[in-house]
Design a protein around this ligand. Structure first.
Ligand SMILES: [Zn+2]
Length: 345
């Protein structure tokens, strides 16, 4: 098995990216190959009382939590196994600090499952579209990645399920009938007790946390979480640090609005960005990511305007400025195709 395939199977998470990079490329996460050494979940201090938790190798999901006077504010609960482990870790490391709030960034199963583990002490805050998405037919609120209910029967076959949804197919198929229903995929996802539309300020335990709707990036319920006192931003599935992004027609989102939403993040007051599937970075890294998107969009648009074919554009686009990005140069043709599809559809 190729190393990248092994990572893909292990990750169990699906994201809007083309490349599955090695753990080393991600800055030492899980330095040994995954078939030789099991991944160990890690809790790392980001700044002050804010910590990040890395759930798996490669593009395994990342979540953060803030320890306050009154208890803990946790973002994505990820999944029941992770939540059970985290609850134990928190009880040992921060005794007497129950999880008071769970902020599920969006409805995708690789982030939102497992919240019930904290239901005895926590209030759940989510975007107003989250409960709606969990109730919609699969075609209208797809699982993460490129999975789609192609025949429209509102359930997924193994062939329709892609990437992480396929890798977790048997785990999700509770009745083992060979189909995934919406209820099976979204089992263990807790609906929010409190919802908001554009912005929500959570004040608790002597600190403040800002929940900022991402304006229909990635999913229509995704929000980013800003910790103003720590000057840290926890950014959802559309922000990548030093990595070529993104796959399948840029997540079926217009590139111009994607770029605009990165610009909106740049206006926030933060030094550190923690991303939900990848390495953390600085504001300068976020700016560089936006510049890469603009550069890619400009070059592909120029090619389209000049009447060149996709194959010609793939040969002429020059992303050498981003040669330090993970995925360069192998992923360049796929990224150009994704941008081409996004710009022409
Ligand atoms: Zn997602």
């Amino acid at each position: 098995m190729k190393r990248t395939d092994a990572l893909l199977l292990l990750v169990g998470a699906v994201v809007c990216v083309a490349a599955y990079a090695s753990a080393q490329q991600r800055g030492g996460r899980g330095a040994a190959p995954p078939d030789q050494q099991p991944f160990v979940r890690t809790i790392e201090q980001v700044r002050g009382d804010l910590y990040k938790v890395i759930s798996g190798p490669g593009v395994g999901a990342v979540t953060v939590f803030l320890v306050t006077q009154d208890g803990i504010i946790l973002t994505d609960p990820l999944n029941p196994e992770f939540s059970a482990w985290l609850k134990g870790e928190l009880a040992t490391k921060f005794p007497g600090k129950p999880v008071r709030f769970v902020l599920a960034s969006h409805y995708h199963w690789d982030h939102a499952r497992g919240g019930g583990m904290f239901a005895d002490t926590a209030k759940f805050i989510g975007h107003e579209n989250m409960s709606k998405n969990l109730a919609l037919p699969i075609r209208q609120a797809r699982p993460p990645g490129d999975t789609d209910d192609l025949n429209g029967d509102d359930r997924l076959t193994r062939e329709e399920a892609q990437t992480g949804t396929r890798a977790n197919f048997d785990r999700f198929d509770g009745n083992a009938d060979g189909f995934l229903t919406r209820e099976e995929i979204n089992a263990d996802i807790r609906r929010p007790d409190v919802t908001f539309s554009d912005r929500y300020t959570l004040t608790s335990g002597g600190t403040r946390v800002e929940l900022i709707w991402a304006k229909n990036r990635h999913t229509d319920d995704l929000f980013d979480v800003h910790f103003p006192d720590e000057r840290v931003l926890f950014a959802g599935d559309y922000v990548w640090i030093n990595r070529l992004c993104c796959n399948f027609s840029f997540d079926r989102r217009p590139m111009a609005t994607w770029i605009a939403s990165i610009r909106a993040l740049e206006a926030l007051d933060f030094d550190i960005v923690v991303t939900s599937h990848w390495a953390a970075g600085t504001k300068a890294d976020v700016i560089r990511f936006r510049e890469y998107l603009e550069d890619l969009s400009t070059q592909v648009q120029a090619g389209i305007k000049a009447g060149r074919s996709l194959e010609e554009i793939q040969k002429t686009v020059n992303l050498q400025k981003y040669s330090n990005f993970v995925g360069y140069p192998d992923q360049v043709p796929a990224i150009v195709q994704s941008a081409y599809n996004s710009l022409t559809n």
